[in-house]
Design a protein around this ligand. Structure first.
Ligand code: NAP
Length: 270
């Protein structure tokens, strides 16, 4: 009964970290699951545990989302499977170093995963969900979308892209009954740090959230229908003020004449 009501959630990057906790929580809520990542053994171990503990249908779907053929298979599943009601667009990576000293091919792979794959998967899910006037797309961005000065700018850029995509998709999809949520975690204790060669234990402990707490907060935001959820932000009105200031720029962002300060030098010279 619960399965029929809630449908199936497809979670990318579900073999560990944030995606694995989403899998656990959504199975306990009564969703069936499709778990996507590259490590088939880890996926299957999680799937088996969740089947045993929750009785839900849990499928592991091995795919490298930076490989065109694998990505196409996941997209096709998202477009065609009428039991799907949630996409958790979570798979993502970071890279070591800056543009000056990092390995440029790693930056490209990161963009393929964090931006290209996430966009194609969101588009595939959106087409499916709009047709049935239901469903939710959860994009796991990052607080770095708002703070490019703090860390590697390319990673922040991929996450700012996801935030912008979510804001725009929400406008497009809400009238069709589809919910979009952008989640902006701060530093969260997962393997992503180690994979990027960063020691998360080097951060002040008060900056690092445990992954269970982060996902539970993100799901509380989901239940409240938030468009943007920032699990660690104590005062939501801070973000509301930021959004209001950004929106206030709107009427002046595109005009038929340059601003006065760009004209004065020219007119003085003339
Ligand atoms: N942890 C943080 O501090 C933090 C903060 C803000 C945002 N985020 C975002 O949260 C999301 C999840 O990160 P996490 O911290 O949970 O990282 P994680 O522990 O490293 O997990 C990443 C997941 O993505 C999968 N993955 C990586 N490359 C993939 C590929 N090419 N194709 C398919 N799956 C792939 C990994 O599985 P396989 O290796 O098995 O493929 C794993 O399941 C990311 O988008 C990240 O940017 C994390």
């Amino acid at each position: 009964m619960a399965t029929q009501q809630l449908g199936t959630a497809l979670i990318t990057g579900a073999s560990t970290g944030i995606g694995a906790v989403y899998a656990d929580r959504l199975a306990r809520r009564g969703y069936d699951l499709v778990l996507v990542a590259r490590d088939a053994a880890r996926l299957e171990a999680l799937a088996e545990r969740l089947r045993r503990e929750t009785g839900r249908k849990v499928e592991s779907f091995k795919a490298d989302l930076t490989a065109k053929a694998d990505l196409a298979q996941v997209e096709q599943r998202l477009r065609d499977d009428q039991s799907l009601t949630v996409l958790v667009n979570n798979a993502g990576m970071s890279v070591a170093g800056s543009l000056l000293d990092g390995e440029i091919d790693h930056f490209q792979t990161m963009i393929e995963l964090n931006v290209v794959a996430a966009t194609r998967l969101a588009a595939a899910a959106a087409r499916n969900f709009v047709g049935r006037k239901q469903g939710a797309i959860v994009n796991i961005a990052s607080v770095l979308a708002l703070a490019p000065e703090i860390y590697n700018g390319s990673y922040s850029g991929t996450k700012a892209y996801l935030l912008n995509l979510s804001l725009s998709l929400q406008k497009e999809l809400a009238p069709a009954g589809v919910y979009v949520q952008a989640v902006l975690p701060g530093a969260t204790r997962t393997e992503i740090w180690q994979r990027a060669g960063v020691d998360v234990d080097g951060f002040p402990p008060e900056m690092v959230m445990e992954v269970d707490a982060m996902v539970d907060a993100a799901l509380a935001g989901f239940d409240q229908g938030e468009l943007v959820t920032i699990p660690s932000l104590p005062d939501q009105t801070d973000f509301e003020r930021y959004t209001a200031a950004r929106l206030a720029l709107g009427p002046n962002l595109s005009r038929n004449a340059p601003a006065e300060r760009y004209l004065s030098q020219h007119s003085n010279a003339a």
